[in-house]
Design a protein around this ligand. Structure first.
Ligand SMILES: Nc1ncnc2c1ncn2[C@@H]1O[C@H](COP(=O)(O)OP(=O)(O)O)[C@@H](O)[C@H]1O
Ligand SMILES: [Mg+2]
Length: 333
């Protein structure tokens, strides 16, 4: 049934980005000065989960990188530590380099030696509202030849908590806002995957429409449902996708996507979620923080924990009630 299984993978960057023409132009435009080694405002890519932020950012960076003959970009996750981020940049600059024994300062020097205005590099910080370390942004921002692209749900969550001196450095920025997809747009995105990866006749138009409608504007959810329907069909030796394969996929897709999301989050997120799970009922934010501090060796600040909890809520693991010091959390069923 399938000829190219990559089309069902979440990290697959398609050869065409559908329905994001203006956003694509705007982001490409924002990245152009970086490509030419010029000082550029940071670019911000914002929008709800599944709106194509990561996909668009990687697509633009890959396309820009084709114009130079050195490694042009590194994508890191916002919750990674400064040292982890620097290690990854080093590894994309020089894949063979040994990074595990090096200090942050050493890694930073390594990057400075290789990146300059003739050899510029774009750092994409995904889930940038989770960055625990203001110094990281400052260090990167001040390195000649480095451009920054910050990806996250809301502009204010990326910028608001940053110290003024860093905020003022990141401003002006170029913001590319993505909105949820319409059902028709999701149909087109699914169609493109099906045409590229499936044997003709494996999925019907009605089935694609059904998957698109259920995904509620979220491309990750749409593609995830298709992938799970395909696994179901395989499991039952169906030669094409049956409607009951889609029934099963729709039943399980939210849980599956949540599991995948949890696997990608940091150890801190997992400890915090575990604390809420173990509480068994509503738990006060102050208690969460106390238990967290008791459980980890190098606890993050209160402010950072709040951001982690916000991410857990965005991903649908927990829900919160109350405000400020009355805030409580509980597992979302
Ligand atoms: N316009 C698009 N064309 C093709 N595929 C897309 C498009 N937008 C999103 N996708 C796919 O949908 C999935 C979710 O997109 P992603 O960029 O991860 O969303 P976000 O980062 O906003 O949560 C990915 O597999 C991505 O390749
Ligand atoms: Mg993303």
């Amino acid at each position: 049934m399938i000829t190219d299984p990559r089309v069902l993978e979440e990290d697959f960057v398609p050869s065409e980005i559908a329905h994001r023409h203006d956003e694509l132009e705007k982001l490409s435009h924002a990245v152009r000065p970086v490509l030419h080694g010029q000082r550029a405002p940071a670019s911000l890519v914002t929008g709800p989960s599944g709106a194509g932020k990561t996909c668009l950012s990687l697509f633009v960076a890959e396309r820009a990188g084709e114009q130079v003959d050195h490694p042009f970009f590194t994508r890191v996750m916002g919750w990674e530590s400064r040292r982890e981020v620097l290690q990854q940049i080093c590894r994309s600059l020089a894949p063979a380099v040994e990074t595990t024994s090096r200090s942050a300062g050493d890694l930073e020097r390594f990057i400075r030696d290789r990146v300059d205005r003739d050899h510029p590099h774009l750092v994409i910080i995904d889930e940038a509202d989770q960055v625990p370390d203001d110094i990281l942004l400052q260090v990167l921002y001040e390195m000649p030849g480095i451009g920054l692209s910050l990806v996250g749900n809301h502009r204010q969550d990326i910028l608001a908590d940053l110290p003024d001196r860093i905020q003022s450095r990141l401003t002006p920025y170029e913001e590319v806002q993505l909105s949820r997809y319409s059902t028709e747009q999701l149909v087109d995105i699914l169609d493109a995957r099906v045409n590229q990866g499936f044997v003709p006749g494996s999925v019907s138009v009605e089935q694609i429409e059904r998957v698109a409608r259920a995904a509620d504007g979220n491309a990750r959810s749409a593609i995830g449902t298709l992938a799970m329907a395909f696994s179901q069909a395989n499991l039952h030796d169906h030669a094409s996708i049956h409607d009951e394969d889609i029934d099963a996929a729709l039943r399980d897709v939210d849980g599956e996507l949540r599991e995948r999301a949890m696997d990608r989050l940091s150890g801190h997120h997992r400890v915090l979620f575990d604390i809420v799970v173990n509480a068994g009922t509503e738990v006060a934010a102050t208690d969460v923080y106390e238990r967290y501090e008791a459980r980890v060796n190098e606890p993050m600040s209160n402010r950072q924990v709040r951001r982690y909890m916000q991410k857990l809520e965005e991903y649908g693991f927990i829900e919160s009630g109350g405000e400020n010091r009355w805030r409580t959390y509980q597992v979302k069923e």
